[in-house]
Ligand binder design. Structure first.
Ligand SMILES: [Zn+2]
Length: 269
């Protein structure tokens, strides 16, 4: 299923695999001035092929290697003769077969076929806009965001997602994530374009909300850990329930991962 949103110069295509008419996990791609930001999950290849056939796509950037963002790069190469751009550190992963098997990822997004990509520079130009490429590791080591200074746009990939996260992926680096948030906050973006949420107004305030939340959460985790609490007890004391996500992802998304990530480097910041 693909839903289309028109934000003027920016279009958003929200997409998800559906089972009995219900979306399993929403993600999305943007089109701005011929630039496609991400290419969607591999199990939606048929829909994406039709979509890009109707759009004037001239370039593509992938924000990071996760298959819900990079899943149709091969298709862009064969259908449109476009080689997607990605952070240099993502290229070996994208060119390799996806050997990681996690059931929820296969069900929600499918398996990404290997496809070549080309390295991003510091800037990226379209006909009417000039984007700064900002390396923003944390959610993934090869994560980038795109900033357009005149419009104050930040294409934030999976850097934002939500102001208050309820769980963390096992492979996320929370300290790098906070540094990346500080880096993009310094740019004072006005509008966020989140791959999973669509357009988010008051970008700087929302990103600051997320950073403050993480700083406070880290403080709380260190405090409870300092009192001798076990990781499991600390995780239980954190706000909200992660039960459904923990079960659905086999533990890949959990509050416990927050505890592990913050305690990985207890002296940091
Ligand atoms: Zn991701």
């Amino acid at each position: 299923m693909i839903l289309s949103f028109d934000y003027g110069d920016v279009r958003y295509f929200r997409m998800a695999r559906t089972v009995f008419g219900r979306a399993i996990y929403w993600t999305g791609v943007y089109l701005v001035d011929g630039l496609l930001v991400d290419s969607g999950p591999p199990n939606l290849a048929r829909d994406v092929r039709q979509l890009v056939g109707e759009l004037a796509v001239r370039q593509c950037v992938t924000t990071h290697h996760h298959e819900d963002h990079s899943g149709n790069h091969g298709l862009l190469a064969t259908e449109l003769r476009i080689t997607p751009l990605a952070h240099a550190s993502a290229l070996p992963r994208l060119a390799d077969a996806d050997t990681q098997f996690q059931l929820y990822r296969r069900v929600a997004w499918g398996r990404r076929p290997p496809a070549p990509a080309a390295p991003l520079g510091d800037r990226l130009e379209t006909t009417h806009f000039r984007f700064q490429v900002i390396h923003t590791p944390g959610h993934a080591t090869d994560h980038v965001a795109l900033f357009e200074p005149k419009r104050g746009w930040l294409f934030s990939g999976d850097l934002y997602l939500a102001p208050r996260l309820r769980y963390l992926r096992a492979d996320e680096d929370v300290y790098a994530m906070m540094d990346s948030l500080r880096r993009v906050l310094a740019l004072e973006p006005r509008v966020l374009f989140c791959q999973h949420r669509g357009r988010v107004e008051q970008g700087t305030a929302r990103l600051r909300d997320k950073l403050v939340f993480l700083v406070e959460l880290g403080g709380r985790i260190h405090e409870l850990h300092g009192r001798g609490w076990s990781d499991a007890a600390v995780a239980r004391a954190l706000p909200g329930s992660d039960l459904l996500w923990r079960l659905w992802t086999g533990g890949d998304f959990s509050k416990r991962n927050f505890v592990r990530a913050f305690l990985r480097n207890p002296n940091a910041r």
